[in-house]
Ligand binder design. Structure first.
Ligand code: HEM
Length: 346
């Protein structure tokens, strides 16, 4: 039986391909490059939509009470986050296409855009919020509040109120069983005799201190703040989550920790790629409009520079490398824990 499905209908091409209406055409002085300008923004927005779709599904996975490491859950989450990272790579490169437009070509229609700006992309702000950027961390918050229309501001606010990927991954790390189950640690052989509690972290702290040079000794205080005492700074993980994440980085060669390690690494990729996009966009903006204020009314490059520096989300994971020690000096894990971290065929 012949299907009634047709390419154009399935993809709603009538809607999609009739959604480009350059303002300059309406003035009787068509600016050739305005079509490129519109299409590139629209493709960005389509990819933003896909990213939100992926992040939403990953958030749902991490919202579960229990994530079975032997089930596809974690695999699916990592796979989708890697897809987001691949999309972001394309988005970074897409700036190359926009850079084929010269500043003079842009000036042919730039004034017609005011006060519209990419700054008003609510999907971009939703992505930032879903990843874990808090309102309090945003650079120059007044632009953010005043430049979005109320219904879009509301959508971003809703995204901010839901648990972000950062919040959810943190809770998942806090629940990581390998550091918690005392039975797996029964045979742990402490490195120092004074470690009478046979506590892994007491040993690790000592090894870390030995690895520091005289000028670096103050890092021990930071180690204590992050892994023991906790310090409620935005973007910083709780001590339990920090310990779990460091443990994953240290013992990532064990099968059960490989996917968790890939998860952390992929989050770092996302932060890096968002920053790369911001950097490429900033440079493109500088080449295109120099020091002039943006059509959206911000300070232009000053705002974009501030956002580039301040809008990292996964800094706490990036900082963990400060606390690594050489592989050969790592404490030996007890056999029971090693077997829990390996493949189980029984
Ligand atoms: C000629 C090309 C472009 C110029 C000159 C430009 C300029 C600017 C400027 C000056 C800002 C700061 C806000 C303002 O005052 O307007 C901004 C923000 C922004 N633009 Fe563009 N832009 C261009 C292309 C794009 C494209 C293709 C996108 C893709 C969606 C985009 C997305 C954004 C976003 C998301 C922000 C907010 C960034 C943040 O908050 O970190 N822009 N842009």
């Amino acid at each position: 039986m012949a299907s009634t499905m047709y390419y154009k209908t399935y993809l709603q091409l009538d809607t999609l391909l009739n959604a480009q209406h350059p303002e300059s055409y309406k003035t009787g002085k068509p600016a050739h490059d305005e079509m490129l300008f519109i299409i590139i923004h629209q493709t960005y927005e389509l990819w933003f939509k896909q990213i939100i779709h992926e992040l939403d599904s990953v958030r749902q996975i991490f919202s579960k009470q229990f994530i079975n490491d032997n089930a596809p859950d974690l695999q699916v989450a990592v796979h989708r986050l890697k897809r987001v990272s691949t999309i972001l790579k394309v988005l970074v490169h897409q700036i190359d296409i926009l850079e084929t437009m010269t500043p003079l070509d842009f000036l042919d229609f730039r004034d017609l855009l005011r006060p519209a700006s990419g700054f008003q992309s609510y999907q971009f702000k939703i992505i930032e919020a879903m990843l874990g950027l808090k309102f309090e961390q945003r650079f120059e918050q007044h632009y953010y509040v005043s430049h979005l229309q109320p219904q879009e501001l509301e959508l971003v606010r809703q995204a901010e109120q839901q648990p972000s990927l950062l919040d959810l991954v943190q809770h998942w790390l806090e629940r990581m069983p390998f550091l918690k189950n005392p039975e797996w640690w029964l045979e742990y052989q402490p490195l120092a005799p004074e470690n009478t509690n046979r506590d892994f972290w007491t040993d690790y702290r000592c090894l870390y201190q030995q690895s520091l040079s005289a000028e670096e000794q103050h890092y021990l205080q930071i180690f204590d703040e992050i892994f023991i005492k906790g310090n409620p700074t935005p973007g910083r993980l709780t001590p339990a989550a920090s310990r779990a994440a460091l443990f994953i980085m240290l013992y990532r060669d064990y099968p059960m920790l490989q996917l968790p390690f890939q998860l952390i690494n992929t989050l770092l990729d996302l932060d890096e790629l968002m920053a790369m996009w911001r950097y490429r966009h900033l440079n493109m903006v500088q080449r295109m409009i120099g020091s002039r204020i943006g059509t959206g009314g911000t300070s232009g490059k000053h705002y974009l520079k501030g956002a580039l520096e301040r809008h990292y989300v996964y800094v706490a994971f990036a900082e963990l490398t400060t606390f690594l020690i050489e592989r050969s000096r790592l404490p030996q894990l007890p056999d029971r824990l090693k077997s829990a971290l390996g493949y189980s065929f029984s």
